[in-house]
Every structure is written in C-alpha cells, then in structure tokens.
Design a protein around this ligand. Sequence first.
Ligand code: HEM
Length: 511
Amino acid sequence: RPSISHIRGPRPELFFGNVRHIIKRSNVEAMLEWQEEFGSVFRFQGFFGSKKLIVADPKALHHILNTAAYEFPKPGAFRAVIRAISGPNIVAAEGDDHKKQRRLMSPAFGVRETKAYLSIFKACAEKVVMKWQDAVVHSDDQSTVVDVHHTLLPATLEALCEATFDFQMDNKRGDDLRKLYANFNNDAFPPNAAILAALLDWIPTCIITPLLRILPVKNVAFIRKHRRQSYEIAAEIMAEKSHAIAEGRESRDLCSLLVKANASEKVKDFQLTQEELYAQSSVVFIAGHDTTAGTLTFGLWQLARHVGVQTRLREEVRATLAAIRARGKAEPSVEDMESMPYLQAVMKETLRLHPAVAQIARSAGKDCVLPLSYPVETASGELIRHIAVPKGTEIVVAISCYNRNKNVWGEDAHVFRPDRWLAEEQPSKSKTSVGVIGNIASFLSGTRSCLGWKFAMLEMQSFLVEIIDQFELRATKEIRPWGDNLVYPLVDGEEEKGAQMPLRISPASRD
Ligand code: HEM
C-alpha cells in the first residue's frame, strides 16, 4: 500500500522544512493554499526533515477521531505544552485517564445545565451593547470604530465565570482573570512561537516538561504564569464550593458538580486528585471563553463585510423579538433561538469558515491504514484511496482545511454564504459524519469532541441577537486570521499590536 513517503506536499527548505513559510504566511492561510494544490491529505516538513501528515479527508478524520480515537494519542510534546499551561487536565489526558475525566465533567455540560445559563448570556451581551452605545453617543457622527474582539473577550470570560463557576467578576478575582486573558493567544502563542513548537519535535518528551519550567523565553514565562495564577483562582473557588456543599447549599455550576461528583462514593475508583481538579478549571477558563469570543469576532466581521446578510439577520431577529414581546415575555428562550433559521445558518457558516481551533496534533499509536473518501495523487501520479501510516507518524487533524474542503462543501467552500444551510439537503456533500453539528469539524468529533459545544452555541446566539438588533457593522481594515492551533484576528500591517478586530458601529435604523 502507498505510504506517507509517497504523499505530496510543499517543497521544503534545507533544515527549515516548511516552517519558515508558515511563520511568514500565517499557518491557517498556508494550509488552505496547500490543500488546494495537493488535495485533502498532504505532507508537511518540520525542522531537519521531520514529517507530518496533514489530514482533511472525511473518512480519514472519522477513523482518527471516532473509530479508533484512542489509537491516535496527542503527541508527547503537545501534551507537555498543554500541561505547562493548565496542568494535568482533560485536554492533555489520554486513554483511561481521559475517559475518567470526561465522565466526571460531562454532567455539567448537559442540556438542562446549559439552558439555565441563557439569562447570564443575555445579561453579559447587554453589557457589550451598553458599552458600544456609550461609545457611539460620545462620537461625533453617531458612528465609531470599536475593537470588537477587545470587548468580546472579557464579556465571554464573564459569561463563563458566572455560568460555569458561579462567581461575579466585579472584584479583585475578576480583575486578575481579565488581566490574565487580555491578550492570551498572543502572549502564549505569538507568531514566532511556531519556531519553538517546531524545535520541540526534536526534543525528547521527558525533557520538555523540565525545560518549560525554566526556559527564559517570554511566551514560556507567560505560560508558567498562567498555570500558577489560574491554579490559585481555581483553588479559591473549589474551597468555596466544598464549603457550600458541606453546608447543604447546592448549586449546579460546573465547579460544584465536579467537586460533588468527585467526592461521591460512586467514583472512588477514579477520583481526581486536587491538582487534576484545579487543572480542569484552568483549561476551561481558556477553552470556554477565548473560543467563543474569537468565533463571534469573526462572525461579526463577516456580517460587517456582507451587508445583505446582516440586514436579513436583523429582520429575522427583530421579527422574533417582536413576537416574544407580543407573548408578554421579556427575553428569548432556547426554543426561540432555535426557531430562527437564518441565525442558525449564520452561526454554522461562521463556525465552518472560522474554527477557533484550526488544527490539532495526533500521532499514530500503531501501524495503521487510513481510508480516504477522496483519492489523492501520489508523487508518482497514482490515485490512492488508502494510506499506510507507520506507528509514530505525526498527524495533523486539519480542521480549517476540512471545513473548506471543496469535495465536501463545493466550489464555493471559501465563500461566506449562510444560504447554503437553508437548502433542503445538508450542504455537506460527504456522507461520512465528522463533527457534532452540520458535519462541521470546529467542535471536533467523537470521543474527544468539545464538551462545551451546546454552551458555546447558545452563548454565541445570545450575543449575536443582542448586537445585531442594536448595531449596524462595517469592516474597516484588512484582517488576517492567524495562529497554529488557536486562531485570532490580526490587522494587516499592525501585526505587532496583537489580536484586534476594528469594526465601525452605528445604531441600526428602526424604520
Ligand atoms: C466556538 C467555541 C468552541 C470551539 C470552536 C471549541 C472547540 C473545541 C475543540 C476543537 C476541542 C478539542 C481540543 C483538543 O482535543 O485538543 C474542544 C475540547 C473541549 N472544549 Fe471546546 N470549543 C468551544 C467552546 C467551548 C466552551 C464554551 C467550553 C466550556 C464552557 C468548552 C470546553 C471544552 C472542553 C472541556 C474540551 C475537552 C474535551 C475532551 O478532551 O474530551 N469548549 N473544544
């Protein structure tokens, strides 16, 4: 069977492979261009000849993420970096360890729990609206430019903390968290961090953890600070929750459920340690707000660039809000959100084009054969439907490439077109299921799919409804999605300023 050495890929430079290209070009953009050239599976070369298989084919992804998920663990270096950021948490765990952590955390992300957060999401979205209304009032001509990413980050952090940790942010703890996450992506993974990541391929995993504890590099120092501070905050919250539970004061937030579940007799064989409990909170602080803020930011950007879509969405939202008021209700329910097909379509199209996590590293735990939905052409011109992958091969689950794979989504895969979701047939032409919603891979798929996807969907819908009802948005500058794993928006020519999304806002007319 043809193996990974037969697979085509971009021409590598001596020593540097393709690494310098992704640093110059932006990893997200480079990967999408290579997919156009080489197909849904191609080869990437790291430093000194190390090779990775980039995978964006539905059947291959289904095999890696669903059929044989635990046979494709995350590479040791990747897990060491996650542990350095947030400790021994669910995202860094493998095998039985992962199963037990997921089992304990899942109940906190059920439908009932998520629905209960709706009023928190609405209140946090209203604060964003008030902030922007204030900015507009103080502008000269009823319109002003705001960095929407800069406002949405603390707002989604607040929503997360209230919903999953049940604490308010108007105190020192809130200030500390806001400061820690003000520019998280850029602080932890600045554009040049790809060099360090490529070097890690060559360092034995057992050395990486001690190395990350001492390495005098700015972003690594921030990673250490994140773990320390997020642990301190998690420890405080967990102590408060344990105290409340002991006094019989029940609460259904993630933290209380986790503390309670972990103390239960039923789980005595797979109880989490104190550190593992802090580590779950630490990783949820990141996973639960940066992702939704980023997706919303890119969604607002697309609406700002597609005025027709924006107007149509506003009409649907306002008609629904009017119907809700006519029923004598003050705010939309989950069912009201679901009753807006265009809102759902805009959300899915945003998630498809702008996955907050562009790619995830895996490695083949044993020799295997990956099936393909769409044949790829080898270096010798042969069309193949299976690839033999030797044990130890590093595989990149290319979420952003799969979400724009023309075989799956059609020739206009790169175009923002929410209408594709309104057709009778599903827009995905692939019969293989990848992902938890609409065959989009943004929340991943299978055993390790995002636990917070329902939470995220409801939160993002709440924010969109409030914002689009009140404001008209227009794009101002050229934006480039940046990042290896977590994607953030950079303004072309202002990359050194870090993540930003300047949009012009003005009150939406009520005529
Ligand atoms: C648009 C928003 C979001 C996106 C695109 C997203 C995407 C993802 C992806 C791709 C993964 C897999 C990561 C990996 O295996 O390395 C993941 C895992 C996870 N996400 Fe999300 N996420 C979002 C929002 C959230 C929210 C709001 C929460 C919590 C409140 C959350 C909690 C988690 C957790 C706990 C995991 C680990 C699951 C596991 O390993 O079993 N996510 N998410």
